[in-house]
Design a protein around this ligand. Structure first.
Ligand SMILES: NCC(=O)N[C@@H](Cc1c[nH]cn1)C(=O)O
Ligand SMILES: [Zn+2]
Ligand SMILES: [Zn+2]
Length: 534
């Protein structure tokens, strides 16, 4: 039997279900209002309003998700509250708490869980810190069903109100129009992880048998290079990671704000530190200024040698391995729904390096390397006019790498180039450059059942054919998951491009969180459906 539902985008219209009954903290500020007002009004094409035929079981699940919207939002609130910042040593206990809370949630759904110790981490100050355990879990063991491996991360980027947040970053806050949930990790990646739990709960409470067996890898170090995880994958290659048919990751974003997409490529990342030391302690610039080469000016000189004004990486040999763009590839960019002026508005810039050329902008984000300078540790960065000469500064930058580029080769080129820049500088200060972590890029086969199932799932939920996109960010473990399972990996993004992952005021739209829970349920349904045929 077929059940007919209205295309859910309609619910973006003003007749949105009232959220006044929701026991949620609401936040009204001019900045959020401005943000909401500035969003280009949705003009759905006529096909958006077509009726969509959804299989009866999925229809029931979708209704369950809608009915439990408030509780699902509370579920996200519970985990956003935990400041699980993997890069901050003093927050390590919170990362571990987040891992434990998630393990409990999985157990409640009936999963068999294991917390795997992945050893220790050496900090730059020489200290050793225990890495958060990785959750490996299994739900279902039916040999007649396919097995889907789900990966997600439980750690987040740092966030503080003083950085320019309008709300407390670790207190999930609903915007006054009831459409957006602000909080660190809301989109990256606690929201999507909770969507998986929502989807599974929905099957169970609707008394519908899960169409697949599930395995989970949830880690707490993704934002810091997934330390320890690769070794765990290798150690469990012939046990936990055996017998997996499909891998699914929800840890990226739609290309825009309106149309869902599926993602088949990621750039890799090579992260570098440059340490420069000029004294044994910080110095008064009135007493010591003018008598020594200062570490900060040395560092700025070195950092300035990395990029030219057009954003071209100046490190020789680095671009040698980048594959040329083929005519076939050029065609792929033509039909992708990407609006350059909306993109500029979202960033808040009126000038991009590649003007209004959609294909060039997308290629620069997806298939060419880029270099970004992230910050300088030790340099005076607070308010006020402190007259200090910092004794030691550490510059941090990363290079997003693309297919055919190898992290080790990138490391060699960077170290060789910066050492020569340093030698020419002629400073007597102490200088060190090293790569902290390197991860390869990843590109997948979009003709695999993993993708056809996900496309059908998008049609069930959004009644639209998704764009197939690549992503400029990195999920370091993706390629290892592909290797260790020997099967196809898909990225199913849940949030929008304007979610502000890693930035101030990170959010997830309520619509994306709720429809995203349905999407993952529909994906499992379609994997169950299409696996038998493949
Ligand atoms: N949502 C994925 C993501 O944000 N990944 C990080 C991974 C990373 C690697 N080193 C530091 N962070 C990214 O920046 O792409
Ligand atoms: Zn992430
Ligand atoms: Zn992230």
């Amino acid at each position: 039997m077929i059940c007919v539902i209205l295309y859910p985008w309609i619910r973006r219209s003003p007749c949105v279900t009232s959220t006044s009954s929701i026991r949620l903290r609401k936040f009204c500020s001019r900045s959020i209002r401005t943000l909401v007002d500035s969003i280009v009004p949705l003009k759905p094409s006529p096909e958006f309003f077509k009726m969509s035929a959804v299989p009866e079981e999925l229809g029931k699940i979708f209704q369950y998700v809608d009915k439990n919207k408030e509780r699902f939002i509370e579920r996200l609130r519970d985990v956003v509250r935990i400041p699980s910042v993997s890069s901050a040593p003093d927050k390590r206990d919170d990362v571990i708490a987040m891992v434990r809370v998630t393990e409990e949630k999985l157990k409640k759904l009936g999963a068999k869980t294991e917390l795997c110790d992945v050893g220790t981490q050496k900090l730059s100050d020489g200290r050793t810190l225990r890495l958060p355990p990785v959750i490996l879990a299994k739900l279902g063991d039916d040999p007649s069903k396919p097995t889907v491996l789900v990966y997600g991360h439980l750690d987040v980027q740092p966030a503080a109100k003083e950085d320019g947040w309008n709300t407390e970053p670790f207190d999930l806050t609903l915007s006054c129009d009831g459409k957006k949930l602000y909080g660190r990790g809301a989109s990256d990646d606690k929201g999507p992880v909770m969507c998986w739990l929502n989807a599974i709960e929905s099957y169970q409470n609707c008394d519908i048998d899960l169409p697949t067996n599930l395995k989970f890898v949830f880690e707490g170090m993704e934002e810091s290079g997934s330390e320890g995880l690769e070794e765990l994958l290798e150690a469990k290659r012939d046990s936990f990671f055996k017998g997996i048919h499909y891998v699914c990751i929800s840890d990226n974003y739609w290309l825009g704000t309106r149309k869902p997409c599926l993602t088949y490529g990621l750039r890799g990342i090579c992260y570098f530190f440059i340490e420069i030391e000029c004294a044994v302690k910080d110095l008064h610039s009135g007493l010591y200024g003018g008598v020594l080469n200062e570490a900060t000016s040395d560092l700025i000189h070195v950092l300035d040698s990395l990029l030219d004004r057009q954003g071209k990486i100046k490190i020789p040999d680095l671009q040698n391995d980048v594959l040329p763009v083929t005519d076939e590839e050029k065609e792929l960019y033509k039909n992708i729904d990407f609006n350059v002026s909306e993109f500029k508005t979202e960033i808040g810039t009126n000038q991009l390096l590649h003007n209004e050329d959609k294909a060039k902008i997308l290629m620069s984000r997806w298939r060419f390397p880029s270099l970004s300078i992230h910050g300088i540790e030790g340099a005076f960065a607070e308010e006020g006019s402190k007259t200090v000469i910092p004794r030691k500064v550490v510059g941090k930058f990363s290079i997003r790498i693309v297919p055919n580029m190898e992290p080790q080769k990138v490391e060699e080129s960077v170290v060789k180039y910066l050492t020569s820049v340093w030698n020419k500088r002629g400073s007597n200060n102490k200088f060190k450059v090293y790569m902290t972590h390197g991860a390869k890029s990843w590109v997948s086969d979009v003709n695999h059942t993993n993708y056809t199932a996900a496309r059908a799932a998008v049609r069930h939920v959004f009644n639209v054919e998704p764009d197939l996109t690549r992503e400029g960010g990195s999920i370091p473990i993706t390629i290892n998951l592909e290797d260790v399972t020997g099967t196809n990996v898909i990225l199913i993004p849940i949030g929008c491009c304007d979610d502000g992952a890693h930035s101030q005021n990170e959010k997830i739209d309520v619509l994306n969180y709720i429809e995203g829970s349905k999407l993952l349920a529909a994906y499992l349904y379609e994997i169950g459906n299409q696996h038998q045929k493949s």
